[in-house]
Design a protein around this ligand. Structure first.
Ligand code: 3PY
Ligand code: MG
Length: 253
């Protein structure tokens, strides 16, 4: 089976860097996939994307060296299985608030006996290779998002769930849930402590920790801190920032 570059980075003792796709478009998926990132995450939760966009985006990413991940809208088994069948090598699941939510993620993304994923890997087989079924469970990465008070309170138990590779912190929702705003690189000491707490919980359980970041500088700092999976902002945010900078040069901003 084609290897997962995120796991390769981890096995080499490095953090994996992921692009983040908010446009439901195969061209931007290809551009980000060829940018030098290890991974490209298609966001089906908040982005302007739907399932048919996801399929052509996964096809575009196949033509790049980057490994495709999908952030699903929720832990509903149907969408997790569909993303995997379409060739995603990683699932990032938002709003994981309990051990039950984390187990549901593992269950939907793993074949029996580990889980209850139904067999029909469609594009997964084309992208992964003919031995997909034997290696899928060990190749696919499952990250549970910690981004609420409940998730934070349960983070140790969530990290202990068998088959879960780790957690992915959503700093904006976490800040919002703590009543401290939506900054992606929070200065608030409680939100910062909550992020550090998530990292410590993952490490204590021998699991991986990821984090959405608003820039490469923050992503680098977080990787140096010990995060294993960092996202240096989304395509849409980067386009907005780059355009604003250019417009400022010509006096339009
Ligand atoms: C958050 O910050 O809440 C996120 O979900 C980042 O993607
Ligand atoms: Mg969020």
């Amino acid at each position: 089976m084609r290897p997962n570059r995120v796991r390769e980075r981890w096995n080499a003792g490095e953090a994996a860097v992921s692009g983040w796709l908010s446009f439901g478009n195969s061209y931007t998926a290809e551009i980000v996939g060829l940018s030098g990132v290890d991974c490209v995450t298609i966001d089906l939760q908040h982005a302007m994307t739907d399932v048919s966009d996801m399929i052509v985006m996964l096809q575009a990413i196949s033509a790049t060296p980057a490994t495709p991940f999908v952030r699903v809208p929720n832990a509903e088994p149907g969408i997790i299985m569909k993303a995997l069948d379409a060739g995603s090598y990683g699932i990032i699941c938002p709003l994981v608030n309990s051990v039950g939510d984390a187990k549901a993620l593992v269950d939907a993304s793993s074949y029996p006996p580990l889980g209850g994923r139904s067999f029909g890997p469609a594009r997964g087989l084309l992208y992964g290779g003919p031995d997909y079924a034997q290696h899928a469970d060990a190749t696919i990465v499952r990250l549970a998002m910690i981004e609420t008070r409940e998730g934070l309170a349960a983070v140790d138990d969530i990290c202990a769930v068998d088959g879960l590779d780790g957690i992915f912190v959503g700093p904006s929702d976490l800040g919002l849930n703590l009543g401290r705003g939506t900054a992606a690189d929070p200065s608030d000491s409680d939100v910062r402590a909550a992020i550090d707490r998530c990292l410590a919980a993952a490490k204590a359980a021998g699991k991986r920790a990821g984090l959405f970041c608003p820039s490469g500088a923050v992503a680098r700092r977080r990787a140096e801190q010990g995060f294993d999976f960092v996202v240096p902002n989304s395509d849409a945010n980067l386009l907005k920032a780059a355009l604003a900078a250019e417009l400022a040069v010509i006096g339009k901003a």
